[in-house]
Design a protein around this ligand. Structure first.
Ligand SMILES: [Zn+2]
Length: 317
């Protein structure tokens, strides 16, 4: 795979979004191993105060269309494209989503922030209470178009800029969204305003407490997704962000996922110029490698070291 040798991305320097300082040390460096969106090398820094790992410098908004190319997986995670993997993942995700919806009233209002092509909203519509009111928000035009095609109510823009009713939602999801955000603290504050008192926000994101981070953080760790993941949390930094933005932590733990493992091997093979047929065994379409790493991460999850963090935050009553 050849990197696109066009001009480098515009990069901006940022501070830790939790501590608003730049007392950091470098933890990893790497390239866009998945989409070859630029020839840049990126640096992941760790905040010495809260432990947040963040991309610094990172692309500015002008680079969005390049770093999220048309074949970016969140724009079209469909059964047609992903077949067997879609079926298995849908079943698992539906169960996880419904677990978070326990006790919701029939007229509950649910918001998916960073809904992508509407994958999670479609599962809630299919398997959840038919009278729930489902809405999504996404920044990306292509993702919003895909979601609207399946008849979902989706707002295009950022949660800070769209006018939505305050104190109105019972539950909000941010599933693998927070790591992509420019200002996670501002987004959480905005969501808190939209939630009813006692309303919950479920955050799922890559965990830097995970085993694979410890071993592969110097470059190939799948959770970096250079340069698309801007903030990577552990239990400590996510708790600090929740407190900073006025939430209570109702629960905080991990859940298993094979995805970062698969990307880690993929990235390593790309960097080592492995053969294409072998690299292609480590993608989101590779049922075999996804199965193997699912088993491994289920074992790690038993020790509370699953690949993903899952936090349930509550707006104080
Ligand atoms: Zn910090």
């Amino acid at each position: 795979m050849e990197y696109i040798k066009s001009k480098p991305l515009n990069l901006v320097h940022v501070q830790c979004c939790i501590c608003e300082s730049d007392d950091t040390e470098p933890v990893g460096t790497g390239k866009d191993f998945e989409y070859n969106s630029s020839a840049d090398t990126f640096l992941a820094m760790r905040c010495n105060t809260c432990g947040l790992v963040y991309l610094n410098p990172r692309p500015d908004i002008s680079g969005f269309e390049r770093i999220y190319p048309a074949n970016y997986h969140a724009f079209d995670f469909s059964e047609k494209e992903f077949g067997f993997v879609y079926k298995i993942r849908s079943g698992l995700e539906a169960k996880r989503l419904l677990n978070c919806c326990n006790g919701l009233a029939p007229d509950a209002r649910i918001l998916d922030v960073g809904c992508g092509d509407g994958f999670h909203l479609r599962l809630l519509r299919q398997y959840g209470n038919k009278s729930w009111k489902l809405e999504g928000i996404d920044f990306d035009k292509r993702a919003v178009e895909m979601a609207k095609k399946s008849g979902l109510i989706v707002h295009r823009g950022s949660v800070e800029s769209i006018e939505l009713p305050q104190n109105a939602y019972d539950l909000a999801f941010m599933i693998q969204t927070i790591e992509h955000l420019e200002k996670p603290d501002e987004v959480l504050r905005s969501i808190r305003k939209l939630l009813k008192p006692g309303g919950k926000l479920v955050i799922v994101t890559d965990s830097t407490d995970a085993f694979d981070f410890r071993f592969f953080k110097r470059s190939y760790w799948g959770g970096y997704h250079f340069p698309r993941h801007w903030s990577l949390f552990n239990q400590n930094s996510l708790t600090m962000l929740a407190k900073k933005t006025g939430f209570e932590v109702a629960s905080l733990g991990t859940q298993y996922s094979p995805v970062n493992w698969v990307y880690t091997i993929h990235n390593w093979l790309v960097a080592k110029k492995g053969p294409a047929w072998l690299i292609n065994q480590f993608t989101l379409k590779s049922a075999f490698s996804l199965s193997v790493f699912t088993v491994l991460d289920i074992i790690l999850q038993k020790f509370r070291k699953g690949a993903l963090l899952r936090a349930i935050l509550r707006k104080p009553s």
